[in-house]
Design a protein around this ligand. Structure first.
Ligand code: ADP
Ligand code: MG
Ligand code: MG
Ligand code: MG
Length: 669
C-alpha cells in the first residue's frame, strides 16, 4: 500500500458515485504506461522478497503474550535511526530503483495491522547465485534491526496470525472493541493502521457489502470438543451498530470459528517474491507458468492452524483473507437477483487468479475461464488504445471492482504521468499472482509477484522457500517448461490446499508433461533442451500428432509427486527440474551445498519427512499440558507457543527443538 497520499477519503456511498470515473482514469493511466513501457527490453533479472512480522509483547512474569500496537513508534524509530539511514535502510525509498549496492540496509514498511511490520531487502537481489545465499543473512539482519527498534519485551515474530487475535483482551495498549469503522465484536478499530487509508478501506468494504465481512473457519473437532460446536465467544446481544444484527441473522456458522473484521485476514503475514522480467513477454510467461504452482506453494508453507484461540480444521490463511476483504454485495454474491449491480461475481477481490496473459502458442483457449467476468467497455478502450486482447481481458477483469478508497483531491485532473488511479484498482485486487507494470518515471521494468506463500517461523525456512521459487523460475525460463492447466483447476487446487495436512493427504491437478515438445525432425530430437541433464520422460510426441484433449494433459498428483517426481519416471518433479537446471549452469560446490540445504527442506516438506508449521503448531498445542482436547487454545498455551516460535527463530532446530519441522542437518552458518 502506498501511504503517502494525504487528503480526504470519500465515505461509502460517495466513493461509489465516482467509481466509474476512477476506473476510466485508471485505464487511461494504464494505457499510458503500456505505451511507454511495452517495448522496454533487457531489464535485469532482479527479484526481491517481502517478510511480514507480527509484533508481540511478552510478559514473562505473568506468563502472557499480547499483540503490540506500537507499529507507528517502531517505524518512526526505524525511520530516524541515523546509522540505518547511513546504510541506505530504514524507510522505503522508491526512487532507489533497481540499482543494487552490496550492503544496503533493509527497508521497513507499514502494513494493515497496527501490530504488523513488513521488511524488504534494501535493494532487489540480482541474478547471481551469491545473492541467493545472501538472502537468509539479510532476513536475519532485518529481524535483528526490527528487534533493536522495539521495547525489550517486544519481538518480531513470523507467525501467519496471532493465535489470540480477537479474544478482546490480548492487545497492548488495550482498546475496547466495537468501533465505528470495523464495528467488530472482537477487535477495536485501533487494531488497524491509523493512516486514514486503512480504516477507510475496512469501513468502505463493510459498507459496500451492506454488512460486516464474515469469516467462518471450520473448528478442529477434537476428542472433547463440544459438538455441534457453537463459537462461545460470539455475543448475540450487542446493539451498538446495525451490523450487530449480523450474528442474529446467521453470520456465525455452526461448527465454525466466527470472525467479523478485515483485521482477521489482512492481519496475516505472508512471504512474497517479486521478479523483474527482462521484458514484458517474459513477464507474461512467468505470470502464467508460476500460477499453477501457487496452491502447491500454499500447501507446502501451511502455517495457520489457530484462529481466535481455537484450533481450526484448516491449515492456511488464504480464504480468511479472501473473506476479510470480500466487498461483494448480496446481488454480486448471487443471493439476490441482479438489480443495481452489474454482475454476479464468483470470487472475492482477494482470490486466486482467473486469467492467463502470455502470448504463448501453448496457451490453449480451453485453459481460460469461460465464465470470466470483465468490463467490456473498459476492455474495448484498452484494445482501441493498442493493447492485445489477452492483456486487455486481464485488466478488464481486475477493473470489474469498485475502487474502495478514493481521495476527492485526486479527482480534479487526470495526470497521465501518474499511476494512482490505476494502482487504486490494481493494488486492491489481491490475487495469488500479480502482474506489475513499470511505475511511471522509474527505471523499473515489468514485474511479476508470487503471493500465495505463508510466512515461515524461521528465516532459514523463509529463505528456503524464496530460493526455491527463484530457482524454479530460472528452471522454467531456461527449459521453457509448460505448467499450463485450465485455470479453474488452480482455483480448485487453492481450496484443496486449505485442508488439514493437504500437503500429505490431498491431490492437486497438475500438468503431466512440463517439458517442451521438440519437433522430431530436429537432430537429437529426443534430447531435452539445455544440456543432457534434464530428466528424460515419456517419448517426445511428433509435431504432426493430433492435439490431444486438454483433459488428458493433466491429472491429480500428490505434492510429493509434484515436488519430488514419480519413481516410475512419468513425472520429473520440480526439485529434480531445479537440480537439472543447477547442473546446466556453473555453480560452485560450496554454493551448491548451501542451496541443497534449502532444497532438502522443500523436499522433506513434500514427502512428509518434515512437518509444516501448521502440523507442528497443532502438535505443540495437543501435547501441551494445558490443552483439554476441546479445541480451545488458551492464553497460557499461546504464551508458550510464541516463546517456542522465538526459540525456533534463534536456534533453527540446532538444539533439537523443532527438528520435525526443520530437519536435523541444518548447519551452523
Ligand atoms: P508490494 O508491497 O507492492 O508488493 P514492496 O515494495 O513491498 O511491494 O516489495 C517489492 C519487492 O520487490 C521487494 O522485495 C523489492 O526488493 C523488490 N523489488 C523492487 N524493485 C524491484 C525490481 N525492479 N525488480 C524486482 N524486484 C524488485
Ligand atoms: Mg510490500
Ligand atoms: Mg505486505
Ligand atoms: Mg507484495
Amino acid at each position: 500500500y502506498g501511504c503517502s497520499a494525504v487528503g480526504t477519503p470519500l465515505e461509502w456511498p460517495e466513493a461509489k458515485k465516482v467509481a466509474q470515473h476512477v476506473r476510466e482514469w485508471g485505464i487511461e493511466q494504464l494505457l499510458a504506461i503500456w505505451r511507454r513501457a511495452k517495448g522496454k527490453e533487457r531489464d535485469a533479472l532482479l527479484w526481491g522478497d517481502e517478510i511480514e512480522y507480527i509484533v508481540v509483547a511478552l510478559n514473562d512474569e505473568e506468563h502472557n503474550v499480547k499483540l503490540s500496537l506500537r507499529q507507528a513508534d517502531i517505524l518512526e524509530a526505524l525511520a530516524s535511526d541515523p546509522e540505518l539511514l547511513k546504510q541506505g535502510g530504514g524507510v522505503p525509498d522508491l526512487a532507489r530503483g533497481p540499482v543494487k549496492s552490496g550492503k544496503t540496509a533493509p527497508t521497513f514498511h507499514p502494513e494493515f495491522g497496527r501490530f504488523m511490520l513488513e521488511a524488504t531487502p534494501g535493494a532487489p537481489w540480482g541474478i547471481g547465485f551469491k545473492d541467493l545465499l545472501d538472502v537468509e543473512q539479510d532476513m536475519k539482519w532485518r529481524r535483528q534491526i526490527a528487534k533493536d527498534h522495539m521495547d525489550a519485551d517486544e519481538f518480531p515474530i513470523t507467525m501467519t496470525t496471532f493465535p489470540l487475535l480477537g479474544d478482546r483482551k490480548s492487545i497492548t495498549p488495550w482498546f475496547p472493541p466495537s468501533g465505528p469503522r470495523l464495528r467488530s465484536q472482537f477487535v477495536p478499530d485501533e487494531i488497524a493502521n491509523p493512516h486514514i487509508r486503512f480504516p477507510t478501506l475496512a469501513a468502505n468494504i463493510r459498507a459496500r457489502r451492506g454488512r460486516k465481512v464474515e469469516l467462518n473457519v471450520p473448528v478442529f473437532h477434537d476428542k472433547q470438543t463440544t459438538w455441534p460446536f457453537s463459537d462461545p465467544t460470539v455475543d448475540y446481544n450487542m446493539h451498538n451498530w446495525p451490523e450487530d444484527d449480523d450474528v442474529r441473522n446467521g453470520a456465525a456458522k455452526e461448527n465454525h470459528i466466527y470472525m467479523d473484521a478485515m483485521a482477521f485476514g489482512m492481519g496475516s503475514c505472508c512471504l512474497q517474491i517479486t521478479f523483474q522480467a527482462k521484458n514484458i513477454d517474459e513477464g507474461r510467461k512467468m505470470y502464467d507458468q508460476l500460477s499453477p504452482l501457487g496452491p502447491v506453494l500454499l500447501a507446502l508453507t501451511a502455517a495457520t492452524p489457530i484462529y481466535k484461540g481455537f484450533l481450526a480444521d484448516t491449515d492456511v490463511r488464504w480464504n480468511q483473507i479472501s473473506r476479510a476483504v470480500d466487498d461483494r454485495t448480496p446481488e454480486e454474491l448471487g443471493e439476490k437477483p441482479l438489480k443495481n449491480d452489474r454482475w454476479r461475481i464468483p470470487k472475492s477481490r482477494y482470490a486466486s487468479n482467473s486469467t492467463y496473459i502470455s502470448q504463448d502458442p501453448r496457451l490453449r483457449p480451453e485453459y481460460l475461464d469461460p465464465d470470466l467476468v470483465i468490463d467490456e467497455k473498459l476492455k474495448d478502450r484498452l484494445v482501441e488504445g493498442g493493447m492485445d486482447d489477452l492483456l486487455a481481458t486481464h485488466f478488464a477483469h481486475l477493473f470489474i471492482r469498485d475502487p474502495i478508497v478514493v481521495f476527492s483531491e485526486d479527482l480534479k485532473e487526470l495526470d497521465l504521468d501518474k499511476a494512482d488511479h490505476f494502482e487504486n484498482l490494481q493494488s486492491t485486487n489481491w490475487q495469488h499472482m500479480r502482474f506489475k507494470p513499470p511505475p511511471p518515471g522509474s527505471e523499473i521494468g515489468w514485474r511479476v509477484e508470487v503471493r500465495p506463500m505463508e510466512i515461515q517461523i524461521t528465516d532459514f525456512e523463509n529463505a528456503a522457500f524464496s530460493v526455491f521459487v527463484v530457482l524454479i523460475t530460472r528452471a522454467l525460463l531456461s527449459f521453457d517448461l509448460n505448467f499450463y492447466i485450465p485455470i479453474t483447476r488452480t482455483t480448485q487446487n487453492m481450496e484443496t490446499a486449505h485442508r488439514r495436512d493437504a500437503v500429505l493427504n490431498d491431490m492437486f491437478y497438475f500438468r503431466k508433461d512440463p517439458l517442451p515438445k521438440r519437433p522430431s525432425k530436429t537432430n537429437g530430437a529426443s534430447n531435452p533442451p539445455s544440456g543432457s541433464s534434464t530428466p528424460r520422460m515419456h517419448p517426445i510426441i511428433p509435431p504432426d500428432s493430433p492435439v490431444g484433449s486438454v483433459e488428458d494433459e493433466y491429472e491429480l498428483m500428490t505434492v510429493d509427486e509434484i515436488i519430488n517426481g514419480r519413481a516410475d519416471g512419468t513425472f520429473p518433479g520440480l526439485i529434480p527440474l531445479v537440480e537439472s537446471y543447477l547442473d546446466s549452469v556453473n555453480v560452485d560446490v560450496e554454493t551448491r551445498c548451501e542451496l541443497a540445504q534449502y532444497l532438502a527442506l522443500i523436499r522433506g516438506r513434500a514427502n512428509g519427512s518434515l512437518w509444516t508449521a501448521a502440523k507442528w503448531i497443532r502438535y505443540f498445542v495437543r501435547e501441551h499440558k494445558g490443552y483439554n482436547f476441546d479445541s480451545v487454545v488458551s492464553d497460557g498455551i499461546v504464551y508458550d507457543l510464541v516463546k517456542a516460535a522465538e526459540r525456533l527463530t534463534v536456534n533453527e532446530g540446532r538444539d533439537g527443538f523443532g527438528k520435525e519441522m526443520l530437519g536435523e542437518c541444518r548447519q551452523r552458518r
